[in-house]
Design a protein around this ligand. Structure first.
Ligand code: UD1
Length: 417
């Protein structure tokens, strides 16, 4: 079993190239089921979630090939099997986004009910309700959702909550529907705007993506295209957290500050200096971190995916910070691991109260999911002795060479078998 070993590090210095966003690349790959032809995706991160999505597409009859670094070619032969088997979907919850494009293109789809990250129940009722409004009929048996429809018809869909996955699923279905679809209370994440840009390049007519109202005029013809994935703002947050905890000065090449205003503001309040230029983001942490209170919210609020990094930073910050989770229940499991490292954290329902300590203490800990695992790595940069992070395969789902990149910044870190 692989493990990541981290010893006290810092100050960090140097440049890191930011990869394309996992949460965008996966959806763009799903959108390749919409039309026959050869697609070229650039800046696709080399991570296991992308491999899982590639496997899923292959199981349907598409061809997925790695070209040069971070480029993949996807060939859709036109006649694919609109089915996502359990073996694929259980590896990655995001697979559910193939439902919309498959049923709108093929009039039917069979998709296993998703598994995925281990943080509380993650229902898909909004995905189904939205697609039903466009005319899809659902039944479910033996752990599969069966979807059927004649040609979908545009409709007005009001989401109960700005769900990222539901917005994407409905958007990808609506591009082929007859007439106009309006999604109200749509999620506004940058990855949704990226998906809309990709769909529009294919010939779709999507307006307003990135705002709460997305309008989609259905079209008859879509074509395969080339597209470059936007940078991963959560990967950026990971390295910002590393430099915040270990101190130093780093450049995050390709990072988009305009995708993470709220995070940059909060890190500024914590005492970091961050600025952006045409090459990306520059960040410096020269003195200890100050505590702040934080609450996760849908974009443009503070992303729930940033939270483990912020909790790790608050664990070594001055005084007390309160973090409130507003999106997912049960997303504090990694806190027990931080406590094993000497952090002083009390959780109560959706809240965590973090009293900063000057230093953590290296211990064996477990990565429970992608971001929680990476946050343990950044916390370990300020832990006396050695921290051993087990189950790094969770981290591999979302990070291309986290260990190598941190090492290049001067961190004392290794991956061992
Ligand atoms: C996506 C991201 C994930 C991020 C999350 C919120 C991907 C692959 N994952 O997940 O990293 O943390 O957005 O920014 O892009 N909900 C329902 N019913 C539904 C759908 C969602 O109740 O039908 C609830 C969820 O349980 C959760 C909230 O809505 O409490 C937000 O979920 P959603 O925005 O859908 O997250 P994902 O798309 O799954």
């Amino acid at each position: 079993m692989d493990r990541i070993l981290v010893r006290p590090s810092g100050p960090l210095s140097g440049d890191v190239k930011i990869n394309g966003a996992k949460n965008s690349a996966l959806k763009l790959m799903a959108a390749c089921t919409l039309a026959q032809g050869t697609y070229l995706l650039k800046e696709v991160p080399d991570i296991t979630d992308v491999q899982s999505m590639a496997e899923l597409l292959r199981s349907m009859g598409l061809t997925v090939r790695n070209l040069e670094t971070n480029q993949i070619e996807i060939v859709n032969p036109g006649d694919i099997t609109p089915e996502a088997p359990y073996e694929q979907v259980e590896k990655m919850r995001a697979s559910i986004v193939v439902l919309g494009p498959l049923v709108s293109t093929y009039g039917k789809a069979r998709v296993a009910l998703p598994g995925g990250d281990d943080f509380g129940p993650r229902p898909i009722d909004m995905h189904l309700k939205g697609l039903e409004a466009l005319g899809v009929r659902f039944s479910s048996e033996h752990g599969y959702i069966e979807a059927e429809a004649e040609r979908l018809t545009g409709s007005r869909v009001v989401l109960d909550f700005p769900s990222v996955g539901a917005t994407e699923n409905i958007m990808m279905a609506a591009v082929r529907a007859r007439g106009e679809t309006i999604i109200e209370n749509a999620a506004r994440e940058p990855e949704i705007a990226d998906l809309a840009a990709f769909l529009n390049r294919m010939g779709a007519k999507v307006l307003g993506a990135g705002s709460s109202t997305v309008t989609i005029q259905g079209v008859d013809n879509l074509v395969a295209v080339e597209h470059t994935v936007i940078p991963d703002r959560i990967e950026v947050a990971t390295y910002l957290s590393a430099v915040g905890i270990a101190g130093g000065e780093i450049n995050l090449l390709g990072a988009r500050a305009d995708h993470m205003d709220m995070l940059c503001q909060k890190l500024g309040e914590m005492g970091m200096r961050i600025s952006s230029d045409s090459t990306g983001l520059w960040a410096m942490a020269s003195k200890g971190l100050q505590s702040v209170d934080l609450a996760t919210l849908p974009y443009p609020g503070l992303a729930t995916d940033y939270k483990p990094f912020l909790v790790a930073m608050l664990s070594v910050a001055d005084v007390v910070g309160i973090v409130t989770e507003n999106l997912f229940s049960g997303r504090f499991r990694y806190v027990d691991e931080l406590i094993r490292m000497g952090a002083e954290i009390r959780t109560e329902g959706h809240h965590a109260v973090i009293r900063g300590v000057p230093k953590l203490s290296g211990a064996p800990v477990r990565a429970h999911d992608i971001r929680a695992g990476a946050a343990l790595v950044t916390a370990a940069l300020k832990a006396e002795g050695e921290t051993e992070i087990r189950d790094p395969h969770h981290i591999d789902r979302g990070y291309e060479d986290l260990v190598g990149k941190l090492k290049s910044l001067g961190a004392d870190i290794d991956r061992v078998n």
